[in-house]
Design a binder for this molecule. Sequence first.
Ligand SMILES: Nc1ncnc2c1ncn2[C@@H]1O[C@H](COP(=O)(O)OP(=O)(O)OP(=O)(O)O)[C@@H](O)[C@H]1O
Ligand SMILES: [Mg+2]
Length: 297
Amino acid sequence: MNPAPESQEAAPAAPREIPKGAPVLEIRELRKSLGGKEVLKGVNLTVRQGEALVVIGGSGCGKSVLLKHILGLFKPDSGSIHIEGEDITQMHERDLFGIRQRFGMLFQGAALFDSMTVADNVSFALDEHSKKSPAEKLEIVRKKLAIVGLPGVENKYPAELSGGMKKRVALARAIAADPHFLLYDEPTTGLDPIMSDVINELIVKLKTSLRVTSIIVTHDMASARKVADRMAMLDEGVIIYHDTPENTFASDNDIVRRFVEGKASMEQMKEIWGESAGKAQESENTRRRRRPPPPAQ
Ligand SMILES: Nc1ncnc2c1ncn2[C@@H]1O[C@H](COP(=O)(O)OP(=O)(O)OP(=O)(O)O)[C@@H](O)[C@H]1O
Ligand SMILES: [Mg+2]
């Protein structure tokens, strides 16, 4: 592994040099305990160059923890993570810096600095190790803002932007340093359906125009349907399922089906309704079946 690059010009090889479809992220038997609880219990996952992998799974099952391992922010208890052929779990912080430069991350919430302008927020990723002049940086900022469909907002502050615009500025920041990978943690949470779709379109656009490899954690099934080449489900600390979106939405795996259809399990129903849960569910189903169809238009 080379030492940390000194400038953006010395950034790692462009993703184009890796053939489309080659494995670029390989996670093997990843285990991690946090706060006395084993969160990841042997995760295995392969992601290929240029694909968009959507990771689904219940709240608190470890999706964000998994992303933090991929970024090298958490060290696993055991297992390996190979990124473009290099095992990051054995790396020193200095070498991890070079790996992190290959990633753009859209955090759960936009995570912009409120006291900084949009331009300063977007060029933040360029600042620390870039020898670019302020004029060159501004040019990059303008280009990235245009890509996310927000030209001319560089002098605004985050407080002046809507939630959807903030997400797009955060996305411009994520692509500022020309990453190989884009990681998205709940990119559409808190947005209305139309703004969610704008973000979905951007995820697809960035995948095709920048040829990045994307990993998208989401609970939003409309978003998954639109952006995924492949879907994987994390449950009880392991990847229990992965397949194309078409097969995932038609899956007869009980856990997958309940998740994509948004249905509570009988155990969860019992927590709410007690032993009458079965009856409550049955009468609700009957009521829905009896509801007359809407009049023809
Ligand atoms: N730094 C930490 N210290 C201790 N426990 C943690 C830490 N980070 C996460 N956890 C625990 O790990 C588990 C998985 O958390 P994580 O944030 O990855 O869930 P998630 O799948 O992303 O959930 P959500 O869909 O709600 O975002 C949770 O039980 C959480 O409390
Ligand atoms: Mg999370």
